[in-house]
Design a binder for this molecule. Structure first.
Ligand SMILES: *Cc1c(COP(=O)(O)O)cnc(C)c1O
Length: 409
């Protein structure tokens, strides 16, 4: 499968440079066509079983993206009351939303349950509280920590023994004791292994652990295998072969359902897989500095807008939209934040000149949602291109937005 790249640097026939002229720079642009294609890919891979997609919306919570997901039949996984509220604003029923907290105040869980969302219980103390509070009147899922290490790097693994997430599978006896004590209605088992997982093997391994654990819970309706499918970052990059993964997991799931004695639903919670490749961060070059050690390209953005390279060393392919046929030269592409703020080191790019427009690829997931106002910088606008139309779906921030909460004058 090929990495997506705007063909001749057009997105659905729209010239990204023209978008920066219209809406300014820097600018986040999302291609709705890519989102639709990724959803279709996942549905196709699991066509033979009862599978539901719960988009892990921390990847991108623009309301227009959430609405698009809802329109194409994708439900939601949220990790905070704020995300839950955004889901409802996008038109979701609370019953279509799963709340997967990580050690949050129990009041947040109460709010979610009372609004009608389903909760993934992630600790024994929360399970105890859930039982005390609701007895058998409200269903929930349990987030199991299977003690499997998988994912792109240690910072984005979430299921190894040292991870903070979920209840260790080794504590099964204690889980069962609490469930029995309060007669808690456990309708599903959940786990999320980590991010950037390429092969089917880790999914099968944790699936087997959940299937084994499931035998102790007679009222299950759902097995939730989380998210974490790897996407393509580089031309020719190895990515999750969805059809193969779907075939292998579906087969194992069908066998499990037979043994369990009932047809269950299989849930996935992809974030990155659905939106990463749809997004572009467009920036303008401000200074090209030919230093004796390195050529530096400075841009009108920084880790305040896209923190992934500095936070966990992620790779973002860069296109020089303004000079695609220029002679290749090596650059460090850096941001304007007064910290080490490097988007790319020793990157070959067609010759970069002042005021060129560069596009960072794979900016649709964990881009805008992880952005900040560090250095009193303002966040970019966002544009969604869908059905051949570009639409501004978030205006650029102003200084007033930034000052709104300050009371110290
Ligand atoms: C972040 C998260 C996901 C999505 O991970 P991706 O790597 O973006 O697919 C899924 N489930 C839970 C519980 C998460 O916290």
């Amino acid at each position: 499968m090929q990495r997506t790249e705007p063909q001749n640097y057009l997105i659905q026939g729209i010239d990204p440079i023209q978008l920066t002229e219209q809406f300014g720079s820097p600018l986040y642009v999302y291609d709705g066509g890519t989102i639709r294609r990724k959803v279709a890919e996942l549905l196709h891979a699991f066509a033979g079983i009862n599978m539901k997609i719960k988009y892990a919306c921390k990847a991108n919570t623009n309301l227009a993206v959430l609405k698009l997901m809802r329109e194409i039949g994708v439900e939601l996984d949220v990790v905070s009351p704020g995300e839950l509220e955004m889901g409802k604003l996008a038109g979701y029923n609370a019953s279509q939303i799963t709340f997967t907290p990580s050690g949050v105040p129990f009041e947040e869980v109460r709010e979610a349950v009372e609004t009608g969302a389903i909760v993934n219980v992630d600790s024994l103390p929360l399970l105890e509280w859930f039982g005390q509070t609701y007895g058998n009147t409200k269903p929930c899922l349990i987030r199991i920590k299977p003690n499997v290490a998988a994912g792109g790097n240690i910072k984005i693994m979430t299921a190894h023994a040292d991870s903070k997430f979920g209840i260790s599978v080794l504590l099964l006896d204690q889980i069962l004791e609490v469930v029995k004590k309060y007669d808690i209605k456990i309708i599903g088992l959940h786990q999320h292994t980590g991010s950037d997982i390429k092969d089917a093997e880790p999914f099968l391994k944790v699936a087997d652990i959940l299937f084994e654990t499931a035998k102790h819970f007679p009222h299950l309706e759902i097995i939730d295998l989380g998210g974490g499918f790897k996407v393509s970052y580089l031309p020719g990059d190895a990515i999750t072969d969805m059809d193969l993964l779907g075939e292998k997991i579906s087969e194992r799931f069908k066998t499990f359902c037979k043994e369990y004695g009932r047809e269950l639903q299989l849930w996935f919670e992809p974030g990155k897989f659905l939106v990463s490749e749809s997004g572009y961060l467009l920036v303008k070059t401000t200074v090209v500095k030919e230093d004796p050690a390195r050529n530096f390209v400075h841009v009108d953005s920084g880790l305040n807008h896209l923190i992934r390279p500095m936070m966990y060393g992620s790779y973002h392919h860069i296109l020089n939209l303004s000079n695609p046929d220029g002679a290749l030269k090596s650059y460090n592409v850096v941001g304007y934040i007064c910290e080490t703020d490097t988007f790319a080191s020793d990157r070959e790019l067609p010759e970069v000149r002042k005021d060129d427009i560069l596009a960072f690829l794979n900016a649709g997931a964990y881009g805008f949602t992880m952005s900040s106002n560090y250095n009193a910088r303002l966040r970019p606008a966002e544009v969604l291109i869908d059905n051949g139309q570009a639409r501004l779906v978030r205006r650029r921030e102003t200084l007033e937005d930034l000052l709104q909460t300050q009371l110290g004058m």
